[in-house]
Structures are given as C-alpha cells and as structure tokens.
Write a protein that binds this ligand. Structure first.
Ligand SMILES: Nc1ncnc2c1ncn2[C@@H]1O[C@H](COP(=O)(O)OP(=O)(O)OP(=O)(O)O)[C@@H](O)[C@H]1O
Ligand SMILES: [Mg+2]
Length: 252
C-alpha cells in the first residue's frame, strides 16, 4: 500500500488553478521527485499535502488514513513533515533550540527530545553551530537546519522543498549523501528539486507538473526521454546531458 496517495487534488487561488486534478502515490521506503518549471504548482501541492492550505477538490491519504482537511500539526504528528522553500528558522534562538522544537512535536519531553535534537544536528553537519543563533547561519546552513528540524520530528514521510537550491556542488554532494542516509533509516522522501543532476540519480520515481497538471510520471530513466517533459521543462540540450550521464552509469 502507498504511504501517500494524492487523489485528484485541485487547488485554486481565485481563477488560477495551481493544481489541477493531480494524482500520484508515494510508496513506503522510496524516493519520489516532484519536478517542473517555476510556477508549476509543486510548493502548492506540498502546502495541500501538509495541511497548510485546504484543497479545493480531491482527497489525500496518508499511512492508511484520509488526511484531507486536517490541520497541519495533526498531519505532522501522523508523520508527514515538510521543509520550507523559503527557510524561516526562529532567528533569535540557537540552532539547537530550533531543532529541539521539532523534537517536541510528539510531546516527548526532556532528555529524550534533547538526544533526538543532538543526533539530528550531528547528522546534518551542524554540530559546530549548535549554540550559535540560527539567524546567523549561511544559506546552506539554514537549509540543513530545516532538514534537521524536520528529521527531529521522526517523520515517516519527509517532504523536501528545494533543499539543494543555492548550494555549492560540494554541498549538493553532501546533501545527497544525507538524503541516501535518511532513506536507509526507513524514511520515505518526496523531493521538490530543480537540481536535476541531484534528483535523477536518487529518485525511484519522478512526477512532473506543468501549469498545475501532471504531465508525466515514471522512473527517471524514462522521464528524461519524455518529449513532453523535455519541451515543458528539461530542454533538449539538458535532456541529452542527462541521457549521457545515464549511459555512463549503465556502462560503468
Ligand atoms: N498563496 C497563494 N496565493 C495566490 N497564488 C498563489 C499562492 N501560492 C502560489 N500561487 C500561484 O500558484 C502557482 C503555483 O505556484 P507554486 O509556488 O506552487 O509553484 P512551484 O512549482 O513551487 O514554483 P517554483 O519552482 O518557482 O518554486 C503560481 O502561479 C503561483 O503564483
Ligand atoms: Mg516552489
């Protein structure tokens, strides 16, 4: 059974249809990439799944239960947790306390929460910043803090909204390692990302949105050959580059 099912979800803002009858599933233990051009409706879909926005129509199921219309804290407590594209740490608090807030989600107090926060900080490479104020972190650090805070909630499904945007190529490599590690811990991932070289090699499946509509869904190897995806998003040149990388991988 799928861990997450998005069924015919439509989200309108007045006349604008940001998500138009979008359906897909995310199986437990997999990494699913959600891609598409700017304004395709990716963040909106995250906002609907995480309960931040009510859907206009359609239904959402998580871990065997319908979550359509539930408030976001309840969806988070059930285990579907997301990061924000525009990172917004509690600036005046330390990095440690920011992550501790995540660890408190299930109401576990004291030592247990502190331990969880510590291990997530360590995992996300933030140990040296733990006692510093979150507002002073560079952008890469803020992205990792978002991740650490989300991880500290012990999610079943982690939804990442462009955690690799603005990172250097070394930082992207580190982020990919971290994502692989997170999956090995049994956490399912739904990842919005524009960095195709990053998402394509790790995704089990890719869902492509364009203008609010799902235009393709399938394994990355098929997505990079898909004419509709190439013309809407990847572009011919870039698609050939990804195809060449795939050849390299298969020949290796
Ligand atoms: N709160 C809102 N009110 C009105 N319109 C919105 C709102 N949020 C998003 N939109 C519109 O919905 C459409 C989809 O936006 P969304 O942010 O979901 O795109 P995206 O795929 O995440 O894009 P990007 O890759 O640039 O982050 C856009 O036209 C956007 O302007
Ligand atoms: Mg977005």
């Amino acid at each position: 059974m799928a861990l997450l099912e998005v069924r015919d979800v439509t989200k309108k803002f007045g006349e604008l249809v940001a998500n138009d009858r979008v359906s897909f599933t995310v199986d437990a233990g997999t990494i699913v990439g959600l891609i598409g051009p700017n304004g395709a409706g990716k963040t909106t879909l995250f906002n609907c799944v995480s309960g931040l926005y009510p859907v206009t129509a359609g239904r959402i199921f998580f871990d065997g239960a319908e979550v359509t219309g539930l408030p976001s804290y309840r969806i988070a407590r059930m285990g579907a947790v997301r990061t924000f594209q525009v990172v917004r740490p509690l600036k005046d608090m330390t990095v440690f306390d920011n992550v501790l807030v995540g660890a408190f989600l299930h109401g576990a107090g004291g030592a247990q929460a502190r331990e969880a926060a510590e291990s997530c900080i360590e995992l996300c490479g933030l140990a040296e910043y733990a006692d510093k104020s979150a507002g002073g972190l560079p952008i890469g650090g803020k992205k990792r803090l978002e991740l650490a805070r989300a991880l500290a909630t012990r999610p079943k499904l982690l939804m990442l909204d462009e955690v690799m945007a603005g990172l250097t190529s070394t930082e992207v490599k580190a982020a990919l390692e971290l994502i692989r590690h997170i999956r090995e811990k049994g956490i399912t991932l739904l990842i919005v990302e524009h960095v195709m070289e990053a998402i394509m090699p790790i995704a089990d499946k890719v869902v492509v949105l364009d203008g609010g509509i799902k235009i393709a869904e399938g394994p990355p190897d098929r997505i990079i050959d898909d004419e509709r995806v190439i013309s809407a998003y990847l572009g011919a040149k870039f698609s050939r580059r990804l195809q060449a990388k795939r050849e390299e991988r298969t020949n290796a």
